[in-house]
Design a protein around this ligand. Structure first.
Ligand SMILES: *[C@@H]1O[C@H](CO)[C@@H](O)[C@H](O)[C@H]1NC(C)=O
Ligand SMILES: *[C@@H]1O[C@H](CO)[C@@H](O)[C@H](O)[C@H]1NC(C)=O
Length: 364
């Protein structure tokens, strides 16, 4: 099978459906949010939390920069142009599509750190060398958050004087790549529920033996990138398929307003009914809120309000979050998993907007 290695299909079901899946680490789709936090930390005069002096904040900032360059330089030296660095053997490997994944994924961070030279060099290299007409079966989720998201954010940054990172010679190469890539992902959405297959071949569409089971996050983590692409190209199809996918998931929520972990994209049946805020579901919550914040589309706000209220009611056991059966609310896994760690960041946004949105007040 040309399937991506299991650790990359963390969002899609593994072969043993009886075991809850525990992903072993992947890039966070929280780029925008972490970027915002990092930007706040890097801004001179930005508000500093109680107990951290401005000089301590500068030290922390420099530590973050050092950590980034340790990872980025290590990748460029030992693995580029392969997708990822294997940290123990110091070898590169093509783990997603073989298109310099880590470089594309890092472009916006380079810009955020003010590294115009490496940002411009990276954008130029990607524009000249990356192609998607390749016989590779890739995860729709990972390709969207890392590659499409990386290309689109770098495109926006490189096109705009206001970012201080505008590249004079840049001529929409990354936008053209984004359109090409997104069109190659579209065949995955051709399902009765509108929820996409977990993987798609970039040259031939969905493989004949592709699994019809996908994760909730797999269907709910597309709206930002696909929506931005539609706005940039005036082609509504991308935004529409991403929205249909969210609708496909939300229409199948339980009476408790909870969603499960895995769903059959043909029948709409939940094959894994554990509801939680971590593994397999996490960024479903993140993206419905951020889709509202980015596009102002109140349908997403409505979904978020209902989903968030149910999560706080059934999953939150202060100070922890557990997994419960989506239909009965009965505890299934009283365990913390690392992928829940994004939630407090999401709650900062909830707090921020709840001033204007009565339904979000009194939830904490
Ligand atoms: C596409 O890739 C698969 C898996 O590597 C391989 O089996 C197949 O022969 C390739 N198809 C073509 C037309 O090259
Ligand atoms: C999209 O439409 C707007 C408004 O009609 C226009 O200004 C813009 O150039 C169009 N963009 C593209 C990529 O066609």
């Amino acid at each position: 099978s040309s399937r991506a290695p299991p650790r990359l299909s963390g969002r899609s079901p593994n072969s043993n459906m009886m075991q809850p899946m525990r992903r072993q680490g992947r890039a966070s789709p929280l780029l925008c949010l972490s970027a915002a936090i990092l930007a706040a930390a890097l801004l001179p005069g930005a508000a500093v939390a109680d107990g951290v002096t401005p000089s301590e904040a500068r030290l922390l900032r420099d530590e973050v920069k050092d950590m980034f360059y340790h990872a980025f330089d290590g990748y460029m030296q030992h693995a580029f142009p392969l997708d990822e660095l294997r940290p123990l053997s110091c070898q590169g490997e093509d783990s997603l599509g073989g298109y310099a994944l880590t470089l594309i994924d890092s472009l916006d961070t380079l810009a955020l750190l003010g590294d115009k030279e490496r940002f411009a060099a990276g954008v130029e290299w990607v524009g000249k060398n990356v192609r998607f007409d390749i016989n590779k079966t890739v995860s729709v989720f990972e390709t969207n958050i890392r590659i499409l998201g990386g290309l689109l954010s770098a495109h926006l940054i490189a096109s705009d004087y206001a970012t201080g990172m505008k590249i004079e010679s840049y001529d929409d190469q990354l936008l053209h790549l984004s359109v090409d890539l997104a069109q190659r992902l579209l065949p995955a959405f051709d399902t009765p529920t509108g929820i996409p297959f977990g993987s798609v071949n970039l040259l031939y569409g969905v493989d004949d033996d592709e699994s019809k089971i996908t994760s909730t996050a797999g269907g709910g983590t597309l709206t930002l990138e696909f929506g931005v692409l539609s706005r940039l190209t005036n082609n509504t199809v991308f935004e529409q398929v991403a929205k249909n996918s969210v609708r496909g998931i939300w229409a199948r929520r339980s009476k408790l307003n909870l969603v499960g972990a895995h769903i059959n994209v043909f029948t709409g049946e939940w094959t894994q009914k554990d509801a939680g805020i971590g593994t397999s579901i996490d960024s479903f919550y993140e993206y419905v809120l951020k889709a509202y914040l980015l596009f102002g589309d109140e349908e997403y706000l409505y979904v978020f309000q209902e989903a968030y209220k149910a999560a706080m009611h059934y999953l939150h056991h202060d100070p922890w979050y557990i997994e419960v059966n989506m239909n009965s609310g009965a505890t299934v896994w009283p365990l913390f998993n690392s992928l829940q760690a994004f939630w407090p960041g999401l709650q900062v946004w909830v707090l921020h907007i709840s001033e204007h949105i009565p339904a979000l007040q009194h939830i904490f």
